[in-house]
Design a protein around this ligand. Structure first.
Ligand code: GA4
Length: 333
């Protein structure tokens, strides 16, 4: 990543007044042990209250996680010109500071990939670069397969917990061959300016909700992730490199007619440590209709949303800024 000179960092967003919740005892992040029989009930409660939870005993081998972490670290330590050979993010490829097509920036570099094709990383490059990409590709494929399986189990527990029949009603969307799932590796280099700025807060990745059904995030042991509570306050998520964190996305909020909360989150830059995160965004096929599931509608309850396809939502998402409420266009007035 290019180290920016002083004036350029001024383009970055600083958080001045909106500090993480000042409450003396901020609520603990819900933790779900996937090996426990009552985990589905805990998942439902966490999705309703926070739209966010941590999972332990997830069954993803630590070896696959460490392998991807070291290959990704290797990739991000290549010179910028090498990394740029993997292609500009349109939306897939290597990106540096610019997030999405509409002017958002952050103290982050990343690789954004589709999950249903072999990671499409450039090939006609010098040897060292080639072998980094080759190892990265293998590590990505193994990691994504294991995380996809875990995400599928979680969505089946959600269906069970909500008494949705059949239990693969949600998981089949991300398991479909045509599923529009996305994978992201984010690298937040240490940001020396975070020390000098007011309150030490420089935005790594600005506040947003995820568009998909759920997102499965794992990071190294560096703090930075914050989630917004329903009352609008922010809390920091203590890092845990052995666990995964699950976010409810906009699509699941719609499918549950607002019962689940699509959680707003952001990442703050760290002044000394690098943060590396890997996120699997579980998306449905482009043609899928996103609407409240009829079996979840009680009595004469009305849908809060107009009907739309995932394609229509994505088109409108890519015309929006990161922090926008993307579901607003689809809400019934
Ligand atoms: C936010 C969640 C995922 O990282 C992502 C992002 C996507 C991108 O980086 O290309 C978007 C953003 C995300 C939502 C609004 C649009 C699209 C950047 C942006 C400004 C990959 C996704 O699916 O939506």
């Amino acid at each position: 990543m290019v180290i920016l000179s002083k004036p350029v960092i001024e383009q970055f967003s600083y958080i001045r007044n909106k500090q993480p919740s000042a409450a003396l005892f901020p609520p603990l992040i819900p933790m779900v042990d996937l090996s426990k029989p009552d985990s589905k009930h805990q998942i439902i409660k966490a999705c309703e209250e926070f739209g966010f939870f941590k999972v332990i005993n997830h069954g993803v081998p630590m070896e696959l996680i460490s392998r991807l972490e070291s290959e990704a670290t290797e990739f991000f330590s290549l010179p910028l010109c090498e990394k740029e050979k993997t292609g500009q993010p349109k939306p897939y490829g290597y990106g540096n500071k610019r997030i999405g097509p509409n002017g958002d920036v952050g103290w982050v570099e990343y690789l954004l990939l589709t999950t249903n094709q072999d990671p499409n990383l450039a090939t006609e490059n010098p040897e060292t670069f080639e072998s980094v990409l080759l190892f990265l590709r293998v590590a990505l494929n193994n990691y994504m397969a294991a995380v996809k399986k875990m995400a599928c189990e979680i969505l089946e527990m959600v269906a069970d917990g909500l008494k949705i029949q059949p239990r693969n009603s949600l998981s089949k969307l991300m398991m479909d061959e045509q599923s529009d799932s996305v994978f992201r590796l984010n690298h937040y280099p240490p940001c020396p300016d975070a020390l000098q700025s007011l309150n030490g807060n420089v935005i790594g990745f600005g506040e947003h909700t995820d568009p998909q059904i759920i997102s499965v995030l794992r990071s190294n042991n560096t703090a930075g992730l914050q989630i917004s509570l329903r009352d609008g306050s922010w809390i920091s998520v203590p890092p845990d490199q052995y666990s995964f964190f699950i976010n409810v996305g906009d699509s699941l909020q719609v499918m549950t007619n607002g019962r689940f909360n699509s959680v707003k989150h952001r990442v703050m830059a760290n002044s000394v440590k690098s943060r590396l995160s890997m996120i699997y965004f579980c998306g449905p096929p482009l043609s899928e209709k996103i609407a409240p599931l009829p079996c979840l509608m009680r009595g004469d309850q009305q849908s809060l949303y107009k009907e739309f396809t995932w394609f229509e939502y994505k088109r409108s998402a890519y015309a929006s800024r990161l922090a926008h409420n993307r579901l607003m266009h689809f809400e019934k007035i």
